[in-house]
Each structure stands twice: as C-alpha cells, then as structure tokens.
Design a protein around this ligand. Sequence first.
Ligand code: SAH
Length: 397
Amino acid sequence: MTDEAPDGKNNKGQSVRGLVYPENRKNTMENETSKPDILSLSYEELEELILSVGEKKFRTSQIFPQLHRGLMPGQMTNISKKTAAAIEEAADCFLPQIDIKLTSQIDGTVKYLFRLQDGNCIETVLMKYNHGNTVCVSSQVGCRMGCAFCASTIGGKVRDLTAGEILGQVIAVQADSGERVDNIVMMGIGEPLDNYENVLKFLHNVNDARGICIGYRHISLSTCGHVDGIRRLAAEKLPITLSLSLHAHDDETRSAIMPVNKRWGIDETLRACREYMDSTGRRISFEYTLIKGKNCTPSDAGALAARLNRIMRAEAGCPIHVNIIPVNAVRETGLEPPDKAAIEAFCSVLEKKGIRATVRRRLGPDINASCGQLRRQSRAGAENGTESTSCVTENKN
Ligand code: SAH
C-alpha cells in the first residue's frame, strides 16, 4: 500500500468523518543519529553490535535475555560500565514508560498507556484468563484504516511502531506485573499488516527461545482485511492465528463502515483467508461487531452464514468460528450496540447454520479497555489542560 489511506484519502489529518485533525507528526520512528533501537535487534544483529563495541560475541547470550526481561545495559550487573556505555552509545536503549495504569476492580484486567521515547502514547492491555495471561499490543501510533466504529483511527496514523516498541510493550507488562505473558494478541491500536516489516520482526524476536520465547501458536494477529499483507504473511508459514475483522456480510455495508473494503472486497478477502489457512494449517477466526441499525438483523446473520459457508467451509471443510462483539460506544462515532435479545437472535441464526458464535465478554468494563479510547482521552486532556481520565490513575511517571 502507498501512504494513501485505503479509501483514497490522504492521511494528513483529514479524517473519514469530516473532522479535521492536526498534521501528523512523523510517519516513522526517525532519530537524528539513526541509531538502531536495541529491542528491534534480532539475536544475531545484537551479536554484531556487541562485537562492534569491542566486546566478545558470547556476551550476547548474557545481554539479550536481560534486555528482554526489561533491563537496559546500564542496569546489568554482569557487564562493565564501559561496555554498557558503549552499547548505549551505539543503540537507542528505551523501554515504553508507564504513563497511566488502570486496573479493573471487576476482573483484574490492566490497561496501560505507555509513553514512547518521542512522547507518543500507545495502549496495551493485560488480560488474565484461566488459560493464562494475554497481552494485547498496539502496532502503530493511531491508524489510517478509517473504520467507522473505532476510536484508534479518529486522529489518523501518526507513525508505525518499531519492532522494539511492540516487543517493549510485552517486556514492560511482564516487568511491571511480575507475571509471565502466555499469549499475545495484536489487536491494539493500529493495523498490524500496514506495518508489515516491523510486525514480522517483532514476531520473530518475541518467539526467540533466548528471549521471551512465546510460541507462534500463542500469538493472534487481527487485521481489517489488508489482503496483500494476509498473502505475504501466509507465505511466511508461521503458525499464528489470523483474525479477520469482517463486520458485514455485503460489500455495500462493509465499505460504508470499513474503507479498506473499497480496495479489497469481501470475496477477495475471504479467499486470502482461505489461502492463509491452506498455507499455515491454522484456522481463521472472524470478528463481527454488532452495530444497531447497520448489520445485526436475523437476516444479516443468515446472509453472513451463507457467505462464510460458501467461501470458507465448502472448500476447506473446516469449522467456522465467529466472535461477536457488541460495538463499544465511542462518543465521536455515535454508534450503539443492539439489545441483548437482538444479539441472542443473531447468534442463534448463525448456530442453526452450523457456525460457532461466541459473544465476546467485555473485559475491564470499568476501565474503558477497548482500544484507542484511553489514548484519545489522554490526548484530549492534555490539549484542554484537564485531567486525562476519570478512572483512578494508579501509577504515573
Ligand atoms: N486493525 C486491526 C486490529 C485492531 S482493532 C483490525 O482491524 O482487526 C481490534 C478489533 O476491535 C477489530 O476487530 C476491530 O474491528 C474491533 N473494534 C474496534 N473498535 C471497536 C468498537 N468501538 N467496538 C467493538 N469493536 C471494535
């Protein structure tokens, strides 16, 4: 994709809903000295850096795991001050800093607003399930995909995150919570396949057995339907789970709420999902956000089942799973979820047509845990000089 947004508008602040936002600051993480960012380096790249500062190669086996536990060179007790200083001179050594941390009193979900080295903020969520701890990471500062219901896209994309900034979220959550992260979902702010190289590098680095070592099968990546990205990822043959944010069964409705659909229509997108399944052996999970008055009648459910069965199941012979998400109200969008009875009716039509449907439990309802909202509140607060959020701020640096 070019730097043009998928609906053809540029991303310099003109938003999809006619609101005008300030010019975006930067599109990439540039720094004057163009030093590498240490958490973006693979083990082998770190080895080269260690050699370049006059240290022995084997030192990498001490430094890499410590970096991935959240220690920066100056904090490592088993390397000399001189070596630490030389590494910090050769690379940017920075971990996302906790700006705001909110803990749900209802289910223990923790939401972080992290501040990056250049002052931009992103959100990360730690969710505690019976089957382990899951971290939801952001892949961009903002988003340019323009989905009508999503808070992350309202101000457009500011810049891509580096691989190290994505990894840094996992490291910082583990270091802060003292808990091991078992699963990762790329469902935070941003479109991961619109930041392909950095996301791929992150996937390799987080999977490295000498570091955090999270298996690919424990990683899910959610996309709005960036078909080129899905095809590229399929060719990597990594067994990560792909989630497709579908949200409508017909092109007209989907294009109205998801501009990406104007570029890649539903059939083409589902065919790319099919290719992903064939290539990786992994099932696709479908996300379907229910928006009152737009996409949630029983007849919508019937048409959705028919389309999924036609393209996914008929050829693949594989059970289909749809995650139903009643839309989270975002003030700027004015969109609302349907009532409980309509949600149940929608699911029961899907089930009758042989599609497994689960309604996503809303985690951290008291801390506004859906993506993009805390960053927006924080930015609005900063711009107005008011408090950033009405929730309790537990930890602020
Ligand atoms: N860009 C990726 C991942 C980020 S959003 C994607 O589009 O999949 C993660 C999921 O939350 C997506 O399914 C997205 O459509 C959904 N989402 C975003 N805003 C929402 C809202 N206000 N209510 C319900 N779901 C929302």
